[in-house]
Ligand binder design. Structure first.
Ligand code: GLN
Length: 192
């Protein structure tokens, strides 16, 4: 199994470290030619969603990646990566818009824009969560389902092949969210 990591900007190296710890091969996606390499799942990292959206468009990666996501490619978006997947974005513009969630960018305000907490993630249990100028999920609709909430806000959701987290599982050292994603990729490969 090989995972593609969008590596235009932001915290992509941290996801690569997590995949190394899970003995999972990965390739970086930076330009259209990288899409010719085989990958079974895609990670959209944290960073700055407006910058990533612009780079995706300018580098002509947006449409080909969007088509693959719509075609069932398993994808995990963390923080800015979740914003890229969201169908509706408060305080910004939708990018892939493949997931039926409405997110609010920079939702926690200036005072506590970055914090660590711990809460339940459905199917995993209690996990550490690191938030950095994070969005939260205002509403979940269509086929999207809430996977985690903290402080009364939805912070993770899944819609079929798409997983979005408002926090950064790649920064906590806890491998369980990445394992959960790799299980999604395995299930897609086996058509489970
Ligand atoms: N605030 C960023 C954005 O709106 C997300 C922050 C992050 O990914 N850590 O894109």
């Amino acid at each position: 199994m090989t995972i593609g990591i969008l590596a235009l900007q932001g915290a992509f190296a941290e996801h690569a470290d997590m995949l190394d710890r899970l003995d999972t091969a990965h390739v970086t996606i930076r330009k259209p030619a990288d899409l010719e390499r085989h990958f079974d799942g895609l990670i959209l990292p944290g960073g700055e969603s407006t910058v990533m959206g612009k780079l995706l468009r300018d580098l002509e990666l947006l449409e080909p990646l969007r088509e693959r996501i719509c075609g069932g490619l398993p994808v995990m978006g963390t923080c800015a990566g979740l914003i890229l997947l969201a169908g509706e974005v408060e305080g910004g513009a939708p990018v892939f818009a493949t997931m039926h969630v409405r997110v609010r960018r920079n939702a926690y305000g200036r005072q506590d824009d970055s914090f660590d907490t711990e809460d339940d993630f459905r199917g995993i249990g209690r996990i550490p969560m690191t938030f950095i100028r994070a969005p939260y999920i205002v509403s979940v609709s269509g086929g999207a389902r809430t996977l985690a909430e903290t402080g009364g806000r939805v912070v993770a959701a899944r819609e079929g092949n798409q997983l979005g987290c408002a926090f950064h599982p790649e920064l906590t050292g806890d491998l369980r969210v990445h394992r959960y994603f790799l299980d999604m990729v395995r299930a897609a490969e086996n058509h489970i």
